[in-house]
Design a protein around this ligand. Structure first.
Ligand code: FAD
Length: 396
């Protein structure tokens, strides 16, 4: 792509506060192209057929079913949207990856978490920071769902302060492998993954280092029980213990001491994707609430005629509209910035990393705002359903 063919004067990260944007430069869902519209349709179809129709299984801790749905998603190509074509993926742009993440998350947080953990933090560290050999070896399997990935950063004493982890990586005398020992917790997909991205400290390094670790119980890897969670009941979340787990030196991600940077940049992409993952639930909840409010008669009139109910529906619509508009506006800015960087000579890896990093402010705002909104929207929906809102059989 030449620099001329790429629009250069786009909004930079955080500039929405100080710079005017021509309205035609603000991307919304109405601007989706034909291919993206078709992709949205097939995603909705998959969700309705495979996920929504089986929501009880997700509520009832059917972890195996989550895995089966992930396998189906892999067969249908949903796990490969963001993966470059060279490694078996579709290599689609940032907006398309947001679109699939948005609509595939509409039925259940259990599947959404498994999907996000695999395609995001489980795969991205390799596509963004892996060597050619690492990418060739692992990414095609992750793109098809033949293998699943998980991400081991959090430890009992290291949560928000992620660089303070105690997991150690010790180089062997023959310098052929690292021996990893430590305890990780809250690891999504741990129960069924084939590969872990593991962060560990070498000697007394200031920063942790990332490693690709194949899941092999014979190699000192064991799991805790499934966490008893308040929600996303069929998303596998377990502790992972590494006891002198041998990892070949060629499985180090990027360079020694680069792990904290990898961890933070991967999570940055995850922030805006988490916002996207809260959109379709709001659309569905709002639609169901409107339907119910029109059907439910009290005081001889549909409850939709009451001012308080109208106000709730208005607030739900505001939340859904504002979140959707802001997410796709930022997504297109990121996609354009990546295109500019590629045109200027960055590799796609560098361009994607820097492109997303530049919009860290937007990614963070969206994560906070839209994840709060989905809770508020759902709460309003529960209220509109009255007593039925408290029933596990109601769609809320
Ligand atoms: C369902 C689920 C799935 C998860 N999946 C994964 C996974 O796949 N891989 C993985 O590595 N981790 C995973 N996590 C862990 C998650 O990343 C951590 O829970 C998160 O980083 C927060 O760490 P913490 O729970 O130790 O909270 P803490 O860091 O102990 O924070 C406790 C409270 O203190 C606040 N706080 C912390 N620091 C500051 C500060 N500087 N200023 C003000 N307030 C502060 C926090 O906001 C929070 O309110 C998962 C967690 C959950 C619940």
């Amino acid at each position: 792509m030449s620099t001329e063919s790429v629009k250069k004067d786009i909004l930079r990260g955080g500039q929405f506060l100080v710079k005017e944007t021509p309205s035609e430069d603000v991307f919304t869902l109405e601007d989706l192209n034909e291919e993206q519209r078709m992709m949205r349709e097939s995603t909705i179809e998959f969700v309705d057929r495979e996920l929504w129709a089986n929501w009880e299984r997700f509520e009832n801790k059917d972890y195996e079913f989550t895995k089966q749905c992930m396998q189906k998603a892999g067969e249908l190509g949903f796990l490969s949207i963001a993966v470059p074509e060279a490694y078996g993926g579709m290599g689609m742009g940032f907006v398309s990856t947001m679109l699939v993440c948005d609509y595939i998350s509409g039925a259940t947080g259990s599947f959404s978490t498994a999907f996000g953990a695999h395609t995001g933090i489980g795969t991205l560290p390799i596509t963004l920071y892996g060597t050619e050999e690492q990418k060739k070896k692992y990414v095609p399997k992750l793109a098809t769902g033949e293998w699943f990935g998980a991400y081991c950063l959090t430890e009992p004493g290291a949560g928000s302060d992620a660089n303070s982890g105690k997991t150690k990586a010790v180089l062997s005398k023959d310098k052929k492998y690292y021996s990893i020992t430590g305890q990780k917790m809250w690891i999504s997909n741990a129960g069924f993954c084939n590969l872990f991205i593991v962060f560990a400290r070498i000697e007394d390094d200031k920063y942790i280092t990332g490693f690709i670790v194949e899941n092999d119980p014979e190699n000192g890897i064991s799991l805790g029980e499934e966490e008893k969670k308040l929600g996303i009941h069929s998303s596998s979340t377990r502790q992972v213990f590494f006891n002198e787990t041998k990892v070949p030196v060629e499985n180090m991600l990027s360079e020694r001491g680069n792990g904290f940077k990898i961890a933070m940049n991967t999570l940055n992409v995850g922030r805006i994707k988490l916002a996207a993952a809260c959109l379709e639930a709001q659309r569905r909840v709002t639609n169901e609430a409107v339907k119910y409010a029109n059907e439910r008669i009290q005081f001889e009139t549909p409850i939709a005629n009451f001012g308080a109910i109208k106000a709730k529906i208005a607030q739900m619509a505001i939340n859904a509209y504002a979140g959707e508009s802001a997410c796709y506006r930022a997504a297109k800015n990121i996609e354009d910035r990546i295109a500019i960087r590629v045109a200027e000579g960055n590799t796609h890896q560098e361009a994607e990393l820097k492109g997303v990093e530049e919009y860290a402010i937007e990614c963070s705002i969206l994560k906070v705002a839209v994840s709060e909104d989905v809770q508020n929207t759902t709460d309003e929906g529960i209220q509109i359903f009255g007593g039925m809102g408290f029933s596990a059989d109601a769609p809320m």
